[in-house]
Design a protein around this ligand. Structure first.
Ligand code: AMP
Ligand code: GLY
Length: 419
């Protein structure tokens, strides 16, 4: 089979890596890919958000299957466009990807189907939002409705801070159209856990629970990032908690989407908070998380292509999805300055040495004219190790990362120990 993966970050490298092990996949392509992905797949110069360009390329080059991994092409309806052109595609259609693309949609869905989440109200008028903040008091959470690269959420400790956030989103247009509508919600407490699940519109198969580290610096300090590291599985996600999540959150969500005429096929991301009142949904995403994907797929012991095909054909209940015993840790090495501005084009050394004891997933990398691998993004690499237990995986990832160097490189030293 000729398979095209859309995207070019660490998550896509992990997907390409897993697919490269499938005997079914004889031709592997990635658009746009990166320098690491290029070692396993042929990279294609089409932007991940270029829907018509992607369909045209896939058709012309006889792709048998396309995996759409990032949120923006999903929200733009890339899966719909591919399927309409007769190309089987993995990922939710536009009408299901809205579970991530619109927080107002997902909050309303949870309210309608009694899925536990923080109490909320949606506002399109600034004055009404400000009075609601006054009335509720702090701490309180203000979220831009649309996609804002994980940066459209303010957990405000004071009423003033919350009002400022609402103003900057609604009046000053800080997130453009994404902030024209805001969701204001109750502040929850408790450990955060990610559960990813394969979904075929009707059935769902959960993956080992994982945990992202969103803040830039140790001790969960500093600005929010796309994610500085991930572990899987997570100790606080006990079998009892898992059972409750299945019954109260996962199955009801998949059933709700089907009942709404928006069957969800793809990977659904449950961002959960284990509150004193029980597990609640913080957010849904319509795709694998990054870097959770790198940790979780490292533990997969089945053929990912079989699973993707089963999701698309509604036969997920017929595949055997197996996981390795043990644990995984993905340590992100980021550019100096990230998540604010950072330089690009800096040479990276030590990759070969690191690759001897861990899998080094590339995120923001490229080759320069001389053929050297250089930095090309904020999150540069995700050094991912598997061991019999979590402590072993963490130690192995940090040890493997030691020889890697690029100017300004920064990483957290507390992945797996921060919560
Ligand atoms: P989101 O983009 O919705 O995942 O939010 C980003 C982060 O903000 C989450 O990972 C949480 O740490 C925090 N957050 C979001 N909503 C809430 C809430 N209702 N209560 C407490 N923290 C929240
Ligand atoms: N790691 C969080 C996300 O991918 O949204």
């Amino acid at each position: 089979m000729n398979v095209l993966v859309v995207g070019g970050g660490g998550r896509e490298h992990a997907i390409v890596w897993a697919l490269s092990k499938s005997p079914k996949v004889t031709g592997l392509f990635c658009a746009p890919g990166n320098a690491g992905i290029a070692q396993l797949a042929q990279c294609v110069d089409v932007k991940a958000t270029d829907v018509s360009g992607m369909v045209a390329w896939a058709k012309e080059h006889h792709m048998d299957f396309v995996v759409v991994a990032p949120d923006d092409p999903l929200a733009l309806g890339m899966v719909d466009a591919l399927e309409e052109a007769g190309i089987p595609a993995f990922g939710p259609r536009e009408n299901a990807a809205v579970i991530e693309a619109s927080k107002a949609f997902s909050k309303d869905l949870m309210a309608k189907y009694h899925i536990p989440t923080a109490k909320h109200r949606t506002f399109t008028e600034l004055d009404a939002a400000l009075s609601y903040i006054e009335e509720q008091g702090a701490p309180i959470v203000v979220k831009a409705d649309g996609l804002a690269l994980g940066k459209g959420v303010v957990v405000a400790q004071t009423v003033e801070e919350a009002k400022e956030a609402a103003k900057s989103m609604m009046a000053d247009g800080k997130f453009g159209a994404a902030g024209a509508c805001v969701v204001i919600e109750e502040c929850m407490t408790g450990p955060e856990v990610t559960v990813l699940a394969f979904c075929d519109g009707e059935h769902l198969v959960t993956m080992p629970a994982s945990q992202d580290h969103k803040r830039a610096f140790d001790g969960n300090q500093g600005p929010n990032t796309g994610g500085m590291g991930a572990i899987a599985p997570v100790a606080c996600y006990s079998p009892e908690v898992a059972k409750r999540c299945e019954a109260e959150i996962f199955r009801p969500t998949v059933a709700a989407m089907a009942a709404e005429g928006r069957p969800f096929q793809g990977v659904i991301y449950f961002g959960l908070m284990l509150t004193p009142q029980g597990p609640k949904v913080v957010e849904y995403n319509a795709r694998f998380g990054d870097p959770e994907c790198q940790a979780v797929l490292s533990l997969l012991d089945s053929d990912l292509m079989d699973i993707f095909e089963a999701c698309r054909s509604g036969k997920l209940d017929q595949v055997d999805v197996r996981w390795k015993d043990g644990a995984a840790c993905c340590l992100v090495l980021a550019s100096g300055g990230y998540p604010a501005s950072y330089p690009k084009g800096l040479p990276i050394t030590g990759l070969e040495e690191a690759g001897k004891s861990a899998v080094v997933f590339h995120a923001g990398t490229a080759r320069n004219e001389a053929g050297d691998i250089v930095t090309n993004g904020g999150r540069v690499l995700g050094v991912t190790a598997v061991a019999v237990d979590l402590e072993g995986a963490i130690a192995k990832a940090y040890a493997a990362a030691k020889p890697i160097h690029f100017d300004g490189m920064h990483f957290r030293t507390d992945i797996g120990h921060a919560f």
